[in-house]
Design a protein around this ligand. Structure first.
Ligand SMILES: NC(=O)c1ccc[n+]([C@@H]2O[C@H](COP(=O)([O-])OP(=O)(O)OC[C@H]3O[C@@H](n4cnc5c(N)ncnc54)[C@H](OP(=O)(O)O)[C@@H]3O)[C@@H](O)[C@H]2O)c1
Length: 339
């Protein structure tokens, strides 16, 4: 195909809405755009540029008439709809966790492992949002001096959970400041004015699924199955933008100066790091931007060959929609769609 026919499944969601904007901002070459969501939204009109596009049901017919499907709903929905799309000749770029660790499915951050695209058989996955920004800042360093071990603590925004959690944070904040009891639906506890060291379910090891994803996905994307990674994932009352405190140990010396130079030459990474001017990355700065911002770059004085960094990125953009659309651009460039 010259210009593909595109469908977004989950077009009314936090990621889907941003994906619609980014397709326009990047002038993604499309012959047509169709939008799907759940039965709750059928018939609803979504403004896209000058046009209003109706939400449809994600049927076999829709996939048969499209070349690329961005599926951004849930793992359960992806497990049903991605195979249906592929059977109908439509290449899937999936945002969910459903296929990420499947050896037949490339898990891609184009700046790092674009060539993995070649082995796809119809489905390609994007990583978890907290993984993407971490690998974007570790990979340029790891290419220079291999990593030995990584310890990461995250400060993840509620939009990582989806549209519903964004509304819940706003409602709780309004109600609490007005002296009204907050409604708690999205998390086990109130998220406004609070911090929850709990993202996804706990397993018997004591780690959560989110923490395990950060480890396994990083190993797959960077092709280093032995890399030691320990994560603690924390939900904070921020609307958009995930932050991460990363402590990395390398197999040889890695000075902050070398790290700064390697990071500033890596596409998609921007350094904001001038403690004398209180310059460091923050979610409010990253919201609406595609870059992964890195600051607080310093020697970790507690270990030999250690480096500490603070990493912030818009989880809905590079953490999701931007990365997915970059994969589609690579597929087009390589002529690697199913049809
Ligand atoms: N949020 C992030 O930062 C982020 C980052 C990376 C990956 N992801 C992944 O992206 C996906 C979407 O996340 P989100 O944050 O955008 O969630 P969200 O805001 O809750 O949106 C979910 C979307 O899925 C649609 N949907 C629900 N059930 C459906 C069904 N049976 N068939 C078709 N569509 C259905 C919803 O439609 P209705 O409006 O009709 O209910 C809505 O458009 C998830 O798999 C998530 O893991 C999210």
């Amino acid at each position: 195909v010259v210009n593909p026919r595109v469908v977004i499944v989950g077009a009314t969601g936090a990621v889907g809405q941003v994906a619609i904007d980014i397709l326009q901002q990047r002038a993604f070459p499309m012959e047509s755009l169709r939008l799907c969501a759940s039965h709750r939204s059928y018939g609803k009109l979504i403004q896209v540029g000058e046009k209003e596009i109706p939400i449809e049901a994600p049927t076999a017919e829709v996939f048969a008439e499209c070349d690329i499907a961005f599926i951004s709903a849930s793992a359960e929905v992806s497990r049903t709809l991605a195979p249906l799309a592929v059977t109908n000749g439509c290449t899937v770029i999936d945002d969910s966790s459903a296929f990420r660790m499947d050896p037949q499915v490339p898990l891609v951050v184009p700046e790092i492992n674009e060539n993995d695209i070649e082995f796809h058989t119809g489905i390609l996955s994007i990583p978890n949002c907290s993984t993407t920004q971490m690998v974007m800042s570790l990979y340029p360093l790891h290419r220079h001096i291999p990593l030995e071990r990584v310890v990461v603590d995250t400060y993840q925004s509620v939009s990582g959970t989806g549209r519903g959690a964004q509304s819940e944070l706003m409602e709780q904040s309004k109600n609490i400041t007005a002296g009204i009891d907050p409604v708690i639906e999205q998390y086990p506890y109130q998220i406004a004015f609070n911090v929850l060291p709990h993202i996804e379910s706990f397993d018997e090891s004591g780690y959560t699924r989110e923490e395990i994803k950060m480890r396994e996905e990083t190993q797959k994307i960077m092709h280093c199955p032995e890399l030691k990674i320990s994560a603690t994932c924390v939900r904070v009352p921020v609307s958009v933008g995930h932050s991460e405190s990363v402590h990395a140990e390398f197999k040889g010396p890695m000075s902050p100066e070398t790290a700064r130079s390697l990071l500033s030459n890596f596409p998609g990474v921007a350094i904001v790091d001038d403690p004398t001017k209180n310059a460091y990355p923050m979610p409010l700065m990253a919201h609406g931007r595609d870059e992964v911002f890195v600051g607080r770059i310093r020697q970790d004085v507690s270990v030999p060959n250690g480096l500490a960094m603070w990493i912030v990125s818009d989880n809905l953009r590079k953490g999701a929609a931007t990365n997915a659309i970059q994969i589609a651009e690579c597929l087009l460039e390589r002529g690697a769609l199913l049809r």
